[in-house]
Design a protein around this ligand. Structure first.
Ligand code: MLT
Length: 328
């Protein structure tokens, strides 16, 4: 760990120096492709958000921004990759609420899940939906709860590993209905959705950015949205409270990060580019179709992101500790 810390701070200094003086005038950052690591599989909700953000940020930065998927272990593999990357602004992380639950769920990680990162800004907040395979024998949340209680030993609940939003949502559901289920982990809910569509898994709780189109085409069943209000893209789907489970509430926030030690001017430039991306017409329109909205501009800043994230870690810690479910 000492060697790693030393290496990182040396690189941080080198990164800061290239931005100073004459170097800045000749070679403003970024001079090459920027990579956003998504810690889940391609084709899923985080990937969908990241690709829209990357494209719009690229237009603002005048450089290509690519998305690289590094799924597995509930998002911790991709997060570790970024925590240990060169802090030069060319490797970023787009991650979600898992950044709040991981520090409690994992007691042994090879990277620092809080201090290993610079915050750049919040991106979006996404409602979740409890969904099931098309022939699941229930049509309402109450009917689904009855089936879960009756068939608990025969049902499979898909998630994207411990630390995923789908994991947290499942934990809340199982607590709310006081019934454990067998969970099947995937590298992301993109691949998990394929299994739900083919009926090989029964249930999943996933973000609207991955479920809205499948729900509206009738390819899967939906029982509720996990937010206080209904979602405009899913006007006929009742809220948890309407379905009789008022405590089943979770909203998945996403944020953009850089490795700790990334020079402050680079982080500021990234935050500006993120703010511009979140106003991009194409992005806003696509977000709306997928049941979400970009955060307000003042929340897409390093300070607002850091404050929100810290409060969210504190919010989820006692809930996870009460559930007593740790990854290690
Ligand atoms: C994904 O992108 O696959 C998801 O965000 C997984 C999850 O956290 O449930």
């Amino acid at each position: 760990a000492m060697a790693r810390l030393t290496r990182r701070s040396t690189l941080g200094l080198a990164g800061a120096l290239t931005l100073g003086g004459a170097a800045r005038a000749q070679q403003p950052w970024p001079t090459r492709t920027v990579t956003i690591i998504v810690p889940f599989a391609a084709g899923g909700p985080t990937d969908t958000v990241a690709r829209l953000v990357a494209e719009a940020m690229g237009r603002n930065l005048g450089q290509t921004v690519v998305v690289e998927n590094a799924g597995g272990a509930g998002g911790t593999i991709g997060a570790q990759k970024v925590a240990m990357a060169r802090p030069d602004g060319y490797t970023l992380l787009l991650h979600h609420i898992g950044m709040s639950t991981t520090p409690t769920l994992y007691r042994r990680l090879a990277y620092d899940p809080v201090n290993g990162f610079e915050t750049i800004g919040l991106v979006t907040e996404v409602p979740m939906t409890l969904v099931a395979k098309k022939d699941f024998p229930a049509n309402t949340l109450q009917e689904a709860i009855a089936v879960i209680r009756r068939e608990r030993d025969n049902l499979n609940y898909a998630n994207a590993g411990i630390g995923a939003a789908s994991h947290l949502c499942g934990l809340l559901l199982m607590k709310a209905v006081d019934t454990p289920m067998t969970t099947v982990p995937f590298r992301g809910t993109g691949p998990a959705m394929q299994e739900l569509l083919s009926g090989r898994v029964d249930l999943m709780c996933d973000q609207t950015t991955n479920t809205t189109e499948q729900i509206n085409s009738g390819a899967i069943k939906v029982f509720n949205v996990t937010t206080e209000s209904r979602v405009p893209a899913l006007p006929n789907v009742p809220t948890s409270a309407e379905g009789g489970l008022p405590d089943f509430q979770v909203t998945v926030w996403h944020g953009l990060y850089a490795p700790k030690g990334t020079p402050a001017p680079v982080v500021q430039r990234l935050s500006q580019a993120l703010q511009a991306a979140l106003r991009d017409e194409r992005l806003v329109a696509r977000f709306a179709e997928l049941g979400t909205t970009p955060v307000a501009q003042e929340r897409a800043t390093p300070e607002a992101h850091r404050r929100f994230w810290q409060a969210d870690i504190a919010k989820w810690r006692p809930i996870i500790q009460a559930a007593g479910q740790y990854a290690d």
